[in-house]
Design a protein around this ligand. Structure first.
Ligand SMILES: [Zn+2]
Length: 65
């Protein structure tokens, strides 16, 4: 499968895997975009920094750009 997920600052992303319990949310918002991105969990509000290439592999679907 070709991975050409496009997203930008403010995009809402649906991940392949849910966030750890008890959260379980699959939706994260991009709050910083760069070589390293920062994403915020829509369920529990946790913020994580992640390499953009790795992040792309974890996205199931870009809900909104
Ligand atoms: Zn969460």
């Amino acid at each position: 499968m070709v991975n050409d997920m496009r997203f930008q600052l403010g995009s809402l992303l649906e991940m392949k895997k849910p966030h750890a319990k008890p959260c379980g949310s699959k939706f994260w918002k991009v709050i910083r975009y760069g070589a390293d991105c920062k994403i915020k969990c829509e369920g529990c509000g946790r913020i994580v920094m992640i390499d953009r290439v790795k992040l792309k592999k974890r996205i199931k679907h870009v809900v909104e750009e």
